[in-house]
Design a binder for this molecule. Sequence first.
Ligand code: ADP
Ligand code: MG
Length: 646
Amino acid sequence: MSSIIQLLPDHVANQIAAGEVVQRPASVVKELLENAVDAKATDIKLIIKDAGKSLVQVIDNGVGMTVTDARLCFARHATSKIRQAEDLFSLGTKGFRGEALASIAAIAHMEMKTKQDQDELGTHIVIEGSKFVSQEVAVLPKGTSFAVKNLFFNIPARRNFLKSDTVEFRHVMDEFQRVALAHPNIHFSFYHNGSELYNLPSAGYRQRIVGIMSGKTNEKLVPVNEDTEIINIQGFVCKPEFAKKSRGEQFFFVNDRFIKSGYLHHAVMAAYDGLLKDGMQPSYFLYLQVPPNTIDINIHPTKTEIKFDDESALYAILRASIKHSLGQFNVAPVLDFERDANLDTPYHYKDLEAETPTIQVDGNFNPFTDDKTNQHYSKGSSGSGYSSGSSLSSSSSGSSYSGSSYSGYSKRVEPTVSWESLYVGLDTENPETIESSPFTFENEEVTSSLFNDDEVEQASQKTYQIHKKYIVSPIKSGMIIVDQQRAHQRILYEQFLLNMTVNQASSQQLLFPLDLFYSTVEMKLIEELKPSLETTGFIFEDAKTDHIVISGIPVNITESEVSIVIDQLLSDLQDGIPANSYSQNDTIAKSMAKSLAVKTGSYLTEKEQDNLVNGLFACKDPNISPFQKPTFITMRVEDIDKKFAL
Ligand code: ADP
Ligand code: MG
């Protein structure tokens, strides 16, 4: 029997390898940029067309290749960077697998020009789908130029798999930024469809970071410096107040290589412990140098994940040094031992002590209840007495500094409450009195209106806010409970969508135009979103390179909300802008509704509650929020009856 195993022809093997190395135009960008860096270039130019789908070109002024190497570099496992396995543990170069060029050449049309300094003439090679088309001598400057055209021309499935230009461009931008940030001493320039996006002169870390991100970045940065035997850390973290909702600007470089590490990210976040609002992400640019033999880079085809010998030590050092930096720059709370703590009055208490205790509003006092209940009650009374002045909706502020008052409060609303107290609310003609009483009588108000049989008409108009979260309103069949945040999202969402589709949103002109600074990537996104944003009422003045100028905003937004809205939008669009305009409008409307809707925890006046409920039911689709969550529930009287029948 003849043997059935055959060696794959090289071009097939190369195509298979390409599957690992080349996923998208950005992969080509990464490999070519890294090769240029490895070739000791001091000037690297990246030129792309159509997000890299039709062209990726990298031109460097590095060492170039001899005629022989120029041909050999396309062979699989052909590398000048390591000679033996041991070299893997003392790597000083980005590449070492000798796979990239072979892989790219297998799935694209590729043209290379290269010349070494000492040579008179250079080499010009054309290779398509692993086949050499031509090789000529040519007059060239020192260095190498690779042009990669028609990526995946011979693998239509892969080509179809590519995302929109916006998404692919973003990936290219990410790769460019990573390499440019890792090598500030190299002059980088970047052109897309003929326009220059970056021109970054050789610089230090700080200047490079500012050059890549935006002009405003400089003032946000806090330097980090630490030198120990096992690691040297340099770089910058951002002041906590500049943290963002998106994780966009977080970079680790290990021995000049961008890497991803959830573990080290955690160390950074731990250093910020207590300094960030929930869900906020600090930007950071951290350059770690470790002895090459203490890491393994060869665990991932794209080399963005590496293994450290002593991860936990690195974690501790990283965390401590960032904490130290944040403290030094006065951004972490500082303990002051000189100070007599007794002299410090927390603002809460300072304000509260000035309040007159509102004992006279003790409407619920019931001499007939047993001592235990009474005690609960009086505890609650004094606790909320404090909070009465600070805000009308005192339930949460009361609970924040007095656990007992809260438990007293919740105890009170259990069905065991005395019959007399149920009438307290009813006796009160003026709802204002109830609201300004030391308790938030939310539950009782509801109770009282349920009892108001003779005033059904009026009662059905009424709304009550409970726990700064729900709006309760009696209806004929029982009551509805509206989730204020979701309801408002629905209202705003429909408003924005309508404005966008009929294109007649009104704007409010700003007295002083707003300047908002963004990174190049963000600016690009905003540029694409502009037409849609304008239909919501935004008015943009001519765009600058690193900031936008807004002279008019939608009527339902305040000036201070503008940056929140745009930040949210940018973070929602991290995965790209939907291609068709309907879903683009939809995404924007959703995002804006999300950032502008009243949040759980906001106190709403009676008028606002009323508007909210009416606004919700004027919606086309009042039942669900734009994010497919229920906006309200109803409770029929029968349901309530059942509960009491127990
Ligand atoms: P690797 O970078 O892993 O060695 P590549 O396939 O990316 O593998 O490149 C193969 C070889 O081609 C490199 O080892 C290097 O000798 C040569 N080479 C690639 N790009 C350049 C360049 N821009 N300038 C000089 N030599 C290059
Ligand atoms: Mg390489």
